[in-house]
Design a protein around this ligand. Structure first.
Ligand SMILES: [Fe+2]
Length: 358
């Protein structure tokens, strides 16, 4: 096994898995996986299996070191309470945004408790305004004061109401807004070998990268088990730019199988409420889609035993700078669910871009 698990580490070898007060044990990376062939990538994608492309971006990351340092500074300023809109009006960002993007407003998003600030832009071509209400929204990843993880999400229009896939022009402009604020995006979008693999995998001439999110996973932080299905895209590319993250990633049918098997092997008096739900696989599947699925969360997001179970069945990945993880998100029934934990002491940047055929 490439990643081994222990409940405790006698010699402090490896990394602890810690997320918002939950201790999931320790992992040790015994061997880095090798680069899969194009055929293996295609097969895995067709089978809705997550695919790690180790070090695929390593050849280009050195070109983006000053952009990554600037991004890290931005993250730190927002963490310290600076207004994103004010930072984006400083010279370094203004010169990147002009003349295509004009800051038109900011909102503190009182209806979203995890949101920090949404900064809104118009897009211009010469004297003509070509789009309005493109935005960059900063949010905490949790309500935990001890978790400094945050993200910057780029999209447009009325969040939660808009069908973003129906407006490819604004979708493309929101992606270009990401390029202006986080130019290291090009490490993914312009990488020849990665684009070549994705084009073959999706059987298309060109791949679009949209609905972009720039993550900063901090020690003690990360994301609970979730999926990213949204109409209009095929899946998600996650690129680790610096820092390191631990992932559990598996398709929805695999997750349901593993919950089933775990419960079969566990003492029969444990997880009574989940057991009752899991009798009906379809009911459990639908329950996982509910916003509040606390009974399942206790197992899939809070139980070291379930983490161990998934690690021992090879559903774990460790991402180092330059690594890319591909996650098919074609339907609610087949999509890859994933759970993330920051590894080590560094708050690391990751780029999460949805991909679609152009
Ligand atoms: Fe995700």
């Amino acid at each position: 096994m490439k990643i081994s698990y222990s409940l405790e580490s006698a010699s402090n070898e490896g990394f602890p898995l810690l997320r918002r007060g939950f201790e999931f044990g320790w992992i040790k990376v015994n061997a880095r996986p090798s680069m899969p062939s194009a055929l293996e990538v295609n097969t895995a994608w067709q089978n809705n299996t997550p695919i790690l492309l180790p070090s695929i971006l390593s050849d280009t990351l050195s070109f983006y070191q000053s952009d990554l340092a600037q991004a890290s500074l931005l993250m730190e300023q927002i963490r310290q309470g600076a207004d994103l809109s004010e930072v984006l009006e400083t010279e370094v960002y203004d010169s990147r945004l002009q003349p295509a993007f004009e800051l038109s407003g900011a909102s503190y998003e009182d209806n979203d408790d995890q949101a920090i600030e949404k900064v809104i832009f118009d897009s211009w071509e010469g004297d003509e305004m070509v789009a309005d209400n493109l935005w960059c929204k900063s949010s905490w990843l949790s309500f935990d004061e001890e978790d400094g993880s945050l993200r910057f999400r780029f999209s447009f229009g009325y969040e939660g109401y808009e069908d973003v896939a129906a407006d490819p022009i604004r979708q493309d402009l929101a992606a270009k807004l990401t390029d202006a604020i986080f130019p290291e995006s090009a490490a993914v979008t312009s990488h020849p070998a990665l684009n070549c693999l994705l084009q073959t995998m999706l059987n298309c001439e060109r791949v679009g990268f949209m609905e972009r999110i720039v993550y900063f996973n901090a020690p003690n932080g990360g994301a609970q088990m979730h999926h990213d299905v949204e109409r209009g895209h095929e899946g998600v590319v996650f690129a680790q730019m610096n820092g390191s993250t631990f992932w559990l990633a598996l398709s929805k049918p695999q997750l349901l199988d593993e919950i089933d098997e775990f419960l079969r092997l566990a003492p029969t008096d444990k997880w009574p409420r989940l057991r009752e739900l899991a009798i009906d696989r379809q009911a459990l599947s639908s329950y996982l889609e509910e916003r509040d699925h606390e009974v399942a969360e206790e197992l899939i997001d809070q139980s070291p035993e379930f983490f161990q179970h998934l690690i021992e069945r090879d559903y774990a990945f460790v991402l180092e700078p330059g690594d890319v993880l591909l996650m098919p998100q074609q339907s609610l029934d087949t999509c890859v669910w994933h759970s993330v934990i920051c590894l080590g002491e560094e708050t690391g940047e990751g780029l999460s871009f949805a991909i679609k055929k152009l």
